[in-house]
Design a protein around this ligand. Sequence first.
Ligand code: DGJ
Length: 741
Amino acid sequence: MIDFNKKTNIFHLHNKEFSYYIGINPLGILIHLYSGEFLSELYPERVTERYAERFAFLDGDKEVCDESYYYSELSSLHECASNLKADRRGSFITIEHHNNSTITDFRYHSHKIIKGKVNPKGLPHFKASENECETLIITLKDVNEEIYLELNYTLFKDLNVLIRSNKLINKTSNLIKLKRISSLELDIPNKDYEVLSLHGTWANDREVEINKVTHAGMIIDENHGARGFKHNPGILLKEKNSTLDYGEVYGFNLVYSGNFKYEIGLDQWDQVRLLAMLNDDTFSFNLDKNETFETPECVMVYSNSGINKVSQTFHDLIRDNLIEKEFVKKERPILINSWEGFYFDFDTNRIKKLIDEAKEVNIDLVVLDDGWFGKRNADNSSLGDWTVNNEKINLKEVIDYAHSKDMKFGLWVEPEMISYDSDLYRAHPEFALFNRDHKPTLLRHQLVLDLTNDEVVDYVFDKLKNIFDNYPIDYCKWDFNRHLADIGTFDNNNEGEIYHRFILGTYKLLSKFKERYPHILLETCSAGGGRFDLGMLYYSPQIWCSDNTNPYSRVLIQYATNIFYPLSTIGSHVSADKALSIQDKAIVAAFGTFGYELDLSKLSEEDKAKIVEINKLIRDWHHIVTLGDYYAISSPFESNFSTFNIVSKEKKEALVFNFNFRPEQTKGRFIRVKGLDKNKNYFNSLTNDVYKGDFYMNVGINISAPIKEGMTMMFVLKEVNSLIKVVANKKAHAVKREKLM
Ligand code: DGJ
């Protein structure tokens, strides 16, 4: 899987489908030679001849040109670009040395190849056994200083996945200032690449945007500290004409919940440089003698057959190697959350009534959201005062009540916060994270806790323990409702460190929680899906996707989220939104971890009966939605439809989803299902017919009909053995919506 040719000094990282070649040139500089479809032989002089003498006018380069392959520091493809040397296309790492110089120039020192992977300390990471992957660790050394940089490349055997992370070690006797450090650099020849990224805002959490990679460069970043809708850390680099199922596409994602940045651009020679890093606009980290700094992991996925393969690879990798094993296959409970139904207006009786009503319609888990603690009857107080408001709710009684009915009970918390109006703030104002020379910006009347301080982490954890040790809670919703601003602590205003140390503190707190309560199902959240990332998924197998539960909006938000994250991680609920019927809203919500956000007592008997029916189907489909292979068919960002299907791993069953925005009267439309076994016979619940897999995939299912605005449909395909005679059902094209669920 990872070979090193001692004669040529070239590493070949490969599996059956993917190759990544790195060369050590005679100057000890790491050269990127190739990345793409599996390539058994590489001819480095042919790959690099564009850097032949006429392009490489530097003296040093000429020496190198006489060797095995050509090199020009200006324009060659690097693995770890220097800072302030001849290559001015964006550095991989920048260090301010003790003499104030920021020239950074790392050269090969040594390497080793190990089975399995290395995991960055204190940071969430992918977990993989020695049979699944190998890691190449290349140690570089600064040309002048005793500063070492370890580059880790983990290649998976059965997935086109390369995970990168790096470690800087200061062995000088001086303090150095780390001003930029990347997790990954990818320098490749251009193929008219475009970048697909997800931007958003509150209630519009993720939207797809595609931009051409140009010489002007592009930055995809987040700088809100933690909660951030600005950009999601998942991006695609796709060749121009690539589609869902065709063309070369790279996927990237960072296992990090703080400020990040991708720099992507074309250089003067029309080559792409992509750097993934901690956002250096808000980063600067002091390292004393023998101190080390480890970067978050950045995962790179490669596909030579379009976007769907990247999504499937991300989904498999996240399910198998990131999310806690216990929750991957376990059926996730169907939940009802009190928030949109009651907001702060509840008491013991109202919650007990909700439990009764939830039981009647076969819901598994009742979640008590915000408002059960301190004096919190609005969003303006009490965060940090994690004691039950006994005047409002008898927590023990409601939990026992749920359990007595064989139901589960969940509780909301927002542990990283402190309300300005709270006993905690009055007792410990120094616990709040803000620069004491500035008036702090209150957002939602609250401040962020100083989690850079272990004492604060321990304090909050003790408070959480008081609740979670004493009440048998099955599920926890962990919220985070404001971003970082005016940061500083009562004795330190080094923003460059605080941003990163805050995230490390959050991870410390989450680790403590997971260690003590491994069986509590954790759902993270940030004003909806403001912190939907791989860092959070390491701790919580599901994340609340968005505060926007309108099905028209949700279809878009979920489609965008599906590109990078498995459906089992996407919290999606049916709310009282008036846009569509309860059934249609349920079809949209079915493709995630399913639940409700409404007041059941306000529903008609008819809708309650529907819920019983829906919940049964959700349980029947659960294994397909959570474990199957996802295939996008039509993007709602590019068409009138959001269409996709999911196929179980053994290709025995599939679920097909289709939603349209505008009405259509006469257009002909067939849904061509993807990923079936072409030789299997499948019964479909839409037309009640049996066809062969290849028919569904090549001709498709006819849904040509007058289509109303917001028409929502799903149907199931099930493998059948019997050769039921296929009779063309003339009425099949009339979409029978009542029969769909
Ligand atoms: C924001 C979340 O997204 C909501 O679901 C709810 O939990 C509120 N916070 C509570 O304050």
